[in-house]
Design a binder for this molecule. Structure first.
Ligand code: NAI
Length: 276
C-alpha cells in the first residue's frame, strides 16, 4: 500500500483542475498546501492551508515550496494568450518551481503539460510520447519547455516528474474532437493519484485521456503507472454534433487552438485560414 504524502502542494488550486484535485487527493495526503495567484473559491478547510503566490516571484515560490515533499503543479497560463502571462506563469514560473524544489528537497512533481504539445500532428496520425513535440501555440511551446526543464532536473538532480499531457478535461465530451481527447474528471483524478503513488517514475511523459476508442495517442507510459481509465467518450457520441466538412480546425489534433492568434489575445481572427 502506498504511503500517505506528508504535505502535498497543489498549485493552480483556484483553477478548474486544481479545485477537482483538492477534493480528489484528500485521502492520499496528511495535509495539503494550496496555492494560486487568485483567491480560492472556497476558503481552506481542515487539513488545508492557502498561500497566495505569483509563480513569477522567485522568493514567494521558494516560500510556497518550503516544507513540502511532493507537488502537483497545475498553476500558470492554461490557454493561448498574450505572451506576458505565458512568460511569467509558465516559463519563469517553471524555473522558479524547480529551483525551489531543489533547494527544499522535493522528491516528486506531477506536472500539468498539455496535449497541445503535439497539436500540430494531423488528426489522421497516432502519436506517442517518444515522437518529437509539435506545439500548436506559444502556450503549448511553454508546456514543452516545462517538460524539458523537468527532464533536466531529473537527470541532473534526481527530482522525479510525471508530465501529464492532459487531454480535454471537462465533465462530458462536447465536440467531435473530444471523442478523441476527452479525459473525464474521475479518470483525471485517478491518473494524478497513480502519478503520485507509482514507484520509480524517473522522468515520464504520459497522455491524460479516458478510454476513448477514437483517441489519437498511444499511452503505454500511463499504463506503466497503473492507470486504467474507466470512462469513454464513445458513451456520449450520439449526443455530439457531426463534423462540419468545412471546419479547418479538424485537420490537426490541436483543433481550434491552431487558429488562435496570441497577437489577438488568443482569439481566432475572423479571416483565419489554415495553411495545410
Ligand atoms: P485554470 O486556468 O482554471 O487554472 C490555472 C490556475 O493557475 C488559475 O487558477 C490561475 O489563477 C493560476 N495562475 C495563472 N497564472 C499564475 C501565476 N503567474 N502564478 C500563480 N498562479 C497562476 O486551468 P485548468 O483548466 O485548471 O488547467 C490546469 C492546468 O492543466 C494548466 O496548467 C493547463 O495548462 C493544464 N491543462 C488543462 C486542460 C484542461 O482540459 N482543463 C487541458 C490541458 C492542459
Amino acid at each position: 500500500m502506498a504511503q500517505m504524502i506528508q504535505r502535498l502542494l497543489i498549485t493552480g488550486a483556484a483553477g478548474r483542475l486544481g479545485t477537482l484535485l483538492r477534493e480528489g487527493l484528500k485521502p492520499y495526503a496528511k495535509s495539503i498546501r494550496l496555492s494560486d495567484i487568485d483567491a480560492l473559491t472556497e476558503p481552506a478547510r481542515d487539513g488545508e492551508e492557502f498561500l497566495r503566490c505569483d509563480l513569477a516571484d522567485h522568493e514567494a515560490v521558494s516560500h510556497m515550496v518550503e516544507g513540502v515533499s511532493t507537488i502537483v503543479h497545475m498553476g500558470g497560463a492554461a490557454y493561448e494568450q498574450y505572451f506576458e502571462p505565458i512568460l511569467r506563469g509558465n516559463l519563469i514560473g517553471i524555473y522558479n518551481l524547480y529551483d525551489a524544489a531543489l533547494a527544499h528537497g522535493v522528491k516528486r512533481i506531477v506536472l500539468a503539460s498539455s496535449n497541445h504539445v503535439t497539436g500540430f500532428y494531423g488528426t489522421d496520425e497516432v502519436v506517442s510520447t517518444d515522437m518529437a513535440a509539435r506545439p500548436d501555440s506559444l502556450y503549448a511551446a511553454s508546456k514543452s519547455f516545462a517538460e524539458m526543464v523537468s527532464s533536466f532536473y531529473f537527470h541532473r538532480h534526481g527530482i522525479e516528474t510525471v508530465c501529464v499531457r492532459i487531454g480535454t478535461c471537462i465533465s462530458r465530451p462536447k465536440s467531435q474532437r473530444c471523442l478523441a481527447t476527452w479525459l473525464s474528471h474521475a479518470d483525471f483524478v485517478e491518473l494524478i493519484r497513480c502519478a503520485l503513488q507509482a514507484d520509480n517514475v524517473g522522468h515520464l511523459v504520459v497522455y491524460g485521456v479516458s478510454n476513448n476508442p477514437r483517441k489519437w495517442w498511444r499511452d503505454e507510459a500511463a499504463e506503466r503507472l497503473g492507470y486504467h481509465p474507466k470512462d469513454s467518450a464513445a458513451d456520449y457520441a450520439d449526443q455530439i454534433a457531426p463534423l462540419s466538412q468545412n471546419d479547418a480546425h479538424n485537420l490537426w489534433q490541436g483543433g481550434q487552438v491552431l487558429g488562435r492568434d496570441y497577437r489577438c489575445g488568443g482569439k481566432v481572427p475572423q479571416d483565419w485560414k489554415p495553411d495545410k
